[in-house]
Design a protein around this ligand. Sequence first.
Ligand code: ZN
Length: 393
Amino acid sequence: MPASGCPALRSSTPDSGAISSPIRGGAGEDIGVICALSGTVVVMKACYVTSLDAAEWIDNCAVGDLPDPALAPGACRIRVTRSSLNHHDIWTLRGVSSQPIVPPQILGCDAVGIIEGYGEGASTPYPVGTRVIVYSGRSCGKCDACRFGTPERCRNVGMLSEQPHQGAFAELLDVPTSALIALPDSVSDDMAACLPTAYLTAYRMLFERASVHPGMSVLVQGATGGVASAAILLAKRAGATVVATSRTEEGRQFARELGADAAAPAAKGELPSALAGVGCSDGVDVVIETVGEATWEYSLRSVRPGGTVVVAGATTGGNPPSRLNRVFWFQLAIHGSTGGTPQDLARLVQLVAHGGFAPRIDTVVPLSDIRSGFERLGAGAQHGKIVVAIGAS
Ligand SMILES: [Zn+2]
């Protein structure tokens, strides 16, 4: 039966404590919960890793019923309405992860939904029924970075969909109450689902790692990706001159529609003239790099002496020629970046709420057809974010 059919879950409140009772398998492991009123096993629809053995990465996942895990003390239960696809999900299906991948590992880094209840002893920052976005990052709370107030630099940093945290491609998701941010009415679930990974990553790359401010110049590689399209929108919003690259004319036109001042192929010798056309013949102040091997050399050639390249992904591979001579001779700064802070996510929500920009959505796919979204993302055919519809928004 679908989890939504359980009246105990629907009527739970912060004061009701645990909202269901765990049942245990023969080996003692939790295999599901018994709905307090109906007495039936509660399951939920989810997209999860089934194995890492398939010939094609996309065949390593499935959409089906999983037992609804018992709500842990201190946690908040979200009924997920929207999520979105990220390359992180594809890397997980390829078996690349900072943590062991243990099937059935639920995928999905971005979560938007409705607060359905709180576990025993949890703080209750918002009433049940509040529409929220979930900060995806998880820090250990023990390393020096965590102890000294910079948990985004945690030595053991993780995120939703990485062990021991389940992902957001599921009808139900349990998260720490500190991860909740209430959504204003003017921010739709679809828009919010774009923010926690791709837009937050772009925000940190531009404004924290590269200190972009009005009048600076920014090159965004691979314009059609989720982080890249976010970077174009945010850099223009901040008053920067933006040049974008894409393999296809369609992608370059997309970049111009987002507001890029110029667009060119990265690898066909046309980029220098595009840069010169916007007054950047000596190179740009900042390069936003998430493509990796296919564009790295052009990133180093396109940044001005003393400029900054920020790297937050390597979708075409992580081992390009390093060109160290160019790095030291032109005194380049190369910064890595991952995710962002909860405060940054809250600022992004406010920026969208007050009309600062609208996240660019490529398509919305239902959870049952998530495979088509994966195929589109894997082929690099998307223009913006692919949102996953999981529950009624
Ligand atoms: Zn830590």
